[in-house]
Design a protein around this ligand. Sequence first.
Ligand code: NAD
Ligand code: SAH
Length: 413
Amino acid sequence: MSSVLDITLAPFGRKKIEWVKSYMPVLEIIGSDFCKKKPFEGLKVAMSIHLEAKTAYLAEILRDGGAEVYITGCNPLSTQDDVAAALAAEGLNVFARHGVGEDEYKEHLKAVLDCSPHLLIDDGGDLVQLLHGECANKTSNLIGGCEETTTGVHRLFARMRAGLLHFPMVDVNNADCKYLFDNRYGTGQSTIDGIMNTTNLMIAGKTVVIAGYGWCGRGLAMRMKGMGALVIVTEIDPVKAIEAAMDGFRVMKMDDAAPLGDFFVTLTGCCDVIVGRHFDMMKDGAVLANSGHFDVEINKRELEARSVKIFDRRNNIRGYRQKDGRTLNLLADGRLVNLAAANGHPAEIMDMSFALQAKSLEWLVQNKGRLENRIYPVPAEIDRYVAELKLKAIGCSIDSLTVQQKEYLEKVD
Ligand code: NAD
Ligand code: SAH
């Protein structure tokens, strides 16, 4: 059973899925293995993750491995209706539509949990939250789940520390083959993609203020610098701030950066990074975007409150006319600009992130009944397996230690 916008869009979505498949060789290998072994036979998998082509390929691989898949998005604006239709046409259970309101978004999450899943893929923690509250009666079959992103993992750790995590979860985000590539190079490229897609403006020679110098922020700073931007970083962590300074960026408070920026991008996972007093100081025409978790990094309420006119300027660009005549431009309603206004990370990146997801789900099944209600890291052998397959796929070979070298490295004195 499915609920999608328009099933006749399926052929367009199918083309997108077939395109990304050609660039996801690691997932392809895992998929053919699953096809033979059927590790998920008789199991139901609930997924809440950005519903676009690469995610669809992951869902199909799980289906090929025997799973009954129930899928929705993890953000109201990132669902691509043609991709959702293509999955529904294949018989997967899809509950998703681009641009859903808060109520429908939640109804879709509840709809995928209605099957009482055995396994979860969560991105941001919305499924986990429902399974500990309103949908607590849907956990009877649950073996465990996997969390995709930084903020979702923070929420899981807070829950575990409070003694309120009721099933095992795997922290996919902190696997080497995830954050080092997805958060850094994936976000670095796709955030620029989202900004260029929407604004069609020049980056070279512009001042770009980047809030947060974590994995995502440093990826974006690196790529913006490469495109000729003058990059300013704001941080709250002194170590990250030193790192940004030594990487060659100007580091200052948002209060000082606000009047200087042409573009502002938040990637912190925190709230109220850009607030009223910052809007008051910004240049006419400044562009504001978020590529962190929720739409709370840029305080939209305070932006609205000081605007005399709010108007749609282009697809995914809303103008906020200030009392003094300046107009500030908010992209994608302050939601993840790389997914709401572009296609998210490239296929080659999601190849690794989703290979980790697929193998971690298989690991959960293999360890059913032996796991505690806590957060597990992705097993090191899975991380290494994914790295080795990817390395081969990109055509690199590396040296291996000789017996003498191993002995040398392990020598005590
Ligand atoms: P991270 O923890 O590595 O980095 C976050 C950084 O923000 C830290 O250095 C922190 O000190 C800094 N920070 C926190 N509050 C701040 C504030 N008020 N002002 C300035 N800096 C502040 O996390 P990450 O992996 O870089 O992820 C950042 C966010 O992006 C998370 O919410 C994550 O879920 C999300 N994310 C988005 C994408 C995407 O596709 N757009 C991909 C991965 C992660
Ligand atoms: N629920 C949050 C989601 C955080 S998004 C929200 O409100 O929007 C951050 C995650 O999106 C990253 O960890 C990354 O792995 C994932 N992502 C990035 N590009 C993607 C893509 N093309 N397809 C699916 N997921 C993607």
